[in-house]
Design a protein around this ligand. Structure first.
Ligand code: SAH
Ligand code: SF4
Length: 347
């Protein structure tokens, strides 16, 4: 691919308008192009029949519309599907489609190849960061799946730390929300972060999105060990940022809490969690640690999980127990990419 060509999927709607203005075109052409690209899934300019021939030729000279093809697909016994996409530089990325209630489906999208955050429980984190995904590579995960399956919700919870790639993530969100793009309501899109405080606040200023925070501990001592980012942004700062995060009416922050046996699953932890969450409009997702070969951590037994959840519920905190779906195809939380790298190491 010629490097001087602009991939239009790397441009936010406003950037696309600017690009077209540079070619002397009217603003509304941006919407027209986006509808071809995102709503109709067309990447060949010559097929965009309501654009003047000369304009199409001009686009052909200066721009491309990249696409992903599905390189591999695995289906779990619970209906979860994992897709593998090959990137132009040979790297790969995984995207997971998770069936929800009432025939709905949530797409779990990656934002980086690997992750720099090194969380102790996460297989993705153990391999470090290879690179950020471009906006086009984030958006193309959705494009490729949507042509085959309806996607009701999008969660940025795959590989990577989305706030470590903020500009491209915001571009992708703008395309998801644009009426000429995918036209998702911000209520349908969730971004999960390990807690990069300045970027959380910047995100809140720049764009609307549901926020999920991977909390996973109730003391700095434990969180420092589980999530090294906590040494930079300790719990008090993180919780202050959560309190400041702008929410729509009826919107809440989701706190993800992986329960790890003997590490963060005690009743004392549950009590501290109640205190930490005081004054935050929130709900808690309790996720029993998803055991994998790369880790000595274990999930708590059912009674411990139950007691933890009960303590929160009794104090009027919405606490939902989440099972990791797609375990048999390594598509569950924290397993993305890890298994692939594991296989690479073995072969
Ligand atoms: N980097 C972001 C988003 C991707 S991680 C973040 O950390 O929030 C996706 C989710 O998987 C996070 O909530 C993380 O806590 C969870 N996760 C990682 N490893 C896991 C494991 N072994 N078991 C259960 N959940 C895990
Ligand atoms: Fe990165 Fe999230 Fe895994 Fe931590 S849990 S290493 S932030 S992907």
């Amino acid at each position: 691919m010629n490097n001087s060509l602009v991939d239009l999927k790397n441009l936010s709607p406003a950037e696309l308008e600017q690009f077209l203005a540079g070619l002397g075109k009217e603003r509304f052409r941006a919407g027209q192009l986006m509808r071809w690209i995102y709503l109709r899934g067309v990447s060949d300019f010559t097929a965009m029949t309501d654009l003047a021939k000369a304009f199409r030729a001009e686009l052909e000279e200066r721009a491309v519309v990249s696409t992903f093809s599905i390189e591999a697909e695995e289906i779990s016994s619970d209906g979860t599907r994992k897709f593998l996409f090959r990137l132009a530089d040979g790297q790969s990325v995984e995207t997971v489609l998770i069936p929800m209630d009432e025939g709905r489906a949530t797409l779990c999208v990656s934002t980086q190849v690997g992750c720099a955050m090194q969380c102790a429980f996460c297989l993705t984190g153990t391999f470090g960061l290879t690179r950020n995904l471009t906006a086009a590579e984030i958006v193309n995960q959705v494009c490729a799946v949507r042509t085959r399956f309806p996607v009701d919700n999008i969660v940025l919870m795959g590989m990577g730390e989305p706030l470590h790639n903020l500009d491209n993530v915001v571009r992708a969100l703008e395309i998801f929300y644009s009426a000429s793009g995918f036209d998702y309501s911000p209520r349908k899109v969730t971004l999960s972060t390990s807690g990069l405080v300045p970027e959380m606040l910047e995100l809140g200023q720049r764009i609307r999105v549901n926020l999920a925070v991977s909390l996973n501990a109730t003391t700095d001592a434990v969180r420092n060990e589980l999530m090294p980012i906590n040494r930079r942004y300790p719990l008090a700062e993180l919780m202050r940022a959560c309190r400041e995060y702008p929410l729509l009416p009826r919107q809440r922050i989701t706190f993800e809490y992986i329960l790890i046996r003997g590490v963060n699953d005690s009743l004392e932890d549950a009590k501290r969690l109640v205190k930490l969450l005081h004054g935050v409009k929130c709900k808690v997702n309790l996720i029993p640690f998803n055991e994998h070969a790369g880790s000595a951590f274990r999930a708590p037994d059912g009674a411990t999980i139950e007691a933890f959840q009960r303590h929160l519920l009794d104090r009027d905190i919405v606490a939902i127990r989440r099972a990791s779906k797609g375990q048999d195809i390594s598509a569950a939380c924290g397993q993305l990419k890890g298994r692939l790298e594991e296989l690479k190491l073995l072969t």
